[in-house]
Design a protein around this ligand. Structure first.
Ligand code: ACK
Length: 578
């Protein structure tokens, strides 16, 4: 166990510091106790609240946390404001929302208020007064009906255009929400990056930190585990990233940029920044401690030990963290299992933020012909080709993380060279489903690996999809079978292997039941589609011909058919062409 001597260990003196009574300015503000809704419309609630009874200093800002009452509290949104009121916009009509408010002073955040619940309205604010004459009313009603027809037609047309037209709607909605949700601020836009550190990271006194052991090496220095005991708070385990001696100004800036970025996030699936030590050496970044370390190593150590539901829970957590980041307009660029940390409760948190550093630090990152350093196997083609990094390229990488998780930490594309990976992807090949991977999950991976980035799902949709699978575990039962077990020891990706018999995918009836489309069983039977092999080549026209008229049902069945086809092809020893 290595002890670093540069930081004072917990001595009797330090203990005395911990136990000293808090002065008013050390104590965070007391909780906000009352929140009122001053005005409510279909999509907006105007909130106002009282200052906390004991501010214990100057209140620098308030944080409003809110979420739909019926949704998981984890998918909350945050708005920060310096005043005691704010308009919460972009809400869904006729929906109950829960709000909490807390105040921040120089001593940090106080506790959140108790929950306050308000419901949005169901009708738009009236535009016709009581005295309006019936002609105006009639015109308005006719106008509304025409508008409704136009909207419905537009909706149907856009639904038909591509399966992620809903994605577009969600994206538009998200854009609105951006007006209410804080957007990530790039610390390098500050003239003085130290200012960003001061703004987003709390300075911690080195005497509060006890370093216990070195757990790894980062680009800038050792990563250690230890304990943090802040005045008035209980002692917690922390991870401590240190900046090694002899650093340049640029290295110090790059090192601390990670804290300036992390400090802007507050989400259960994003690694939490406790603070920084910048006033003495070594300079340190202190984060929550994640007992199980990096996800890739953790999975390899626990090969085969989790249930599918546990694995999907892991994926759901990561997707939720990524949704939060994309909502804040933060593009990670290096989403990979090695950059996800796991705690003792199997909660996964996205980590490894930073600017230029992110890719420099990553041993997987390789130089491209254009000079950038990129982790090829995890990166979307447009990001490799012309550095177009977006939340959609993060979705591609997330698909690779899904594959890593379902294969318990296997290396994507095994021992293929980076150049071969780029070529295979360009030719339309995709990773096959890992052993025992539910078809629905492999289909989601394939969706994340759509060549057109606009066709990839948004993180919000991925979270919804995973929630649906978790709620209906029977949808996770259908897998490609065990034949794939051989692939792990002898992956021959691009060589067509000797054709194997197709795996039994059950009956067409079973399959339709799995995807919730059993109402069409008779249509399939009557048209002679009695085996999965017969179904996989069906087209949209075939669907219409056998009497499936609803576009959403056609899409659902077709997307499942595509997954089934890819299953069969990978069973024949090939990577999946799309
Ligand atoms: O796989 P690991 O044990 O998890 O090895 C790496 C190492 O430090 C170098 O990055 C571990 N590590 C990084 N941050 C944390 C953290 N917050 N909690 C626990 N381990 C961490 C990582």
């Amino acid at each position: 166990m290595a002890m670093l001597s540069a930081v004072s260990p917990a001595t009797a003196d330090n203990e005395a510091v911990f136990q000293a009574p808090l002065s008013a300015s050390d104590a965070p503000p007391s909780p906000v106790t009352s929140i009122q809704a001053k005005d409510i419309t279909r999509h907006t609630i105007a909130l106002a609240w009282q200052a906390p009874e004991r501010a214990n200093g100057v209140i620098l800002e308030y944080e409003v946390k809110y979420y739909e009452k019926d949704q998981n509290e984890r998918s909350y949104r945050i708005i920060k404001t310096t005043s005691r009121h704010t308009d919460i916009k972009g809400l869904t009509a006729l929906t109950s929302y829960v709000f909490h408010v807390r105040a921040r002073t120089a001593a940090g955040y106080g506790d959140f208020s108790a929950p306050f619940e308000f419901m949005t309205n169901s009708v738009p604010a009236p535009i016709i007064g009581d005295g309006a004459n019936s002609t105006v009313l009639l015109v308005s009603v006719v106008g509304s009906v025409v508008l409704l027809i136009i909207l419905i037609s537009a909706f149907v047309i856009s639904r038909r255009r591509n399966k992620y037209s809903k994605a577009k709607q969600d994206a538009d909605e998200e854009k609105h929400l951006h007006q209410g949700v804080r957007i990530y601020v790039d610390p390098f836009t500050y003239e003085d990056p130290n200012q960003a550190v001061r703004e987003f990271a709390k300075e911690i006194d080195a005497s509060c930190i006890k370093i216990e052991k070195v757990i790894g090496i980062g680009e800038f220095g050792e990563v250690c585990s230890g304990r943090l005991k802040m005045p008035g708070k209980r002692e917690i385990c922390v991870a401590i990233k240190t900046l090694k001696a002899g650093y340049t100004d640029k290295q110090r800036r790059d090192f601390l940029s990670e804290a300036s970025i992390m400090g802007q996030f507050d989400h259960p699936n994003i690694i939490h920044l406790e603070g920084v030590v910048t006033k003495c050496k070594p300079v340190m970044i202190i984060t929550e401690y994640m007992e199980n370390g990096s996800l890739d190593a953790f999975l390899r150590k626990n090969d085969g030990r989790f249930t599918v539901i546990q694995l999907v829970g892991i994926l759901r957590g990561i997707a939720s963290g990524m949704k939060y980041l994309s909502d804040m307009s933060y593009v990670h660029r290096d989403v990979a299992a090695r950059n996800i940390l796991v705690n003792s409760n199997l909660v996964c948190k996205v980590s490894d933020f930073g600017m230029s550093r992110v890719l420099e630090d990553d041993p997987e990152a390789a130089y491209t012909t254009r000079g950038g350093k990129i982790p090829i196997r995890w990166t979307a083609p447009e990001a490799i080709a012309y550095r177009k990094f977006t939340s959609a390229s993060d979705v591609w990488s997330y698909g690779i993380v899904m594959w890593e998780v379902m294969s318990y930490g296997e290396r994507p594309y095994w021992d293929m060279s980076n150049q071969d990976v780029i070529k295979a992807i360009d030719e339309g090949y995709r990773l096959p489903p890992p052993m025992d991977c539910p078809v629905a999950l492999h289909q989601l991976m394939l969706d994340c690996w759509q060549r057109e980035r606009a066709d990839r799902p948004k993180f919000g949709q991925i979270v919804n999809m995973l929630d649906k699978l978790i709620r209906n575990p029977s949808t996770l039962k259908r897998t490609g079978g065990k034949d794939y077990a051989t692939r792990r020891s002898n992956p021959s990706l691009l060589e067509p292997g000797s054709p194997e018999p197709c795996p039994s995918a059950g009956t067409v009836d079973d399959w339709l039941r799995d995807i919730g489309m059993e109402r069409y069983s008779d249509n399939f039977t009557a048209a002679g589609y009695t085996s999965p092999e017969g179904v996989v080549h069906m087209t949209q026209e075939d669907m219409a011909r056998i009497g499936i008229a609803v576009a959403t049902h056609q899409n659902k069945i077709l997307s499942s058919v595509q997954g089934m086809l890819s299953q069969m092809q990978q069973m024949q020893g090939r990577m999946v062409p799309v």
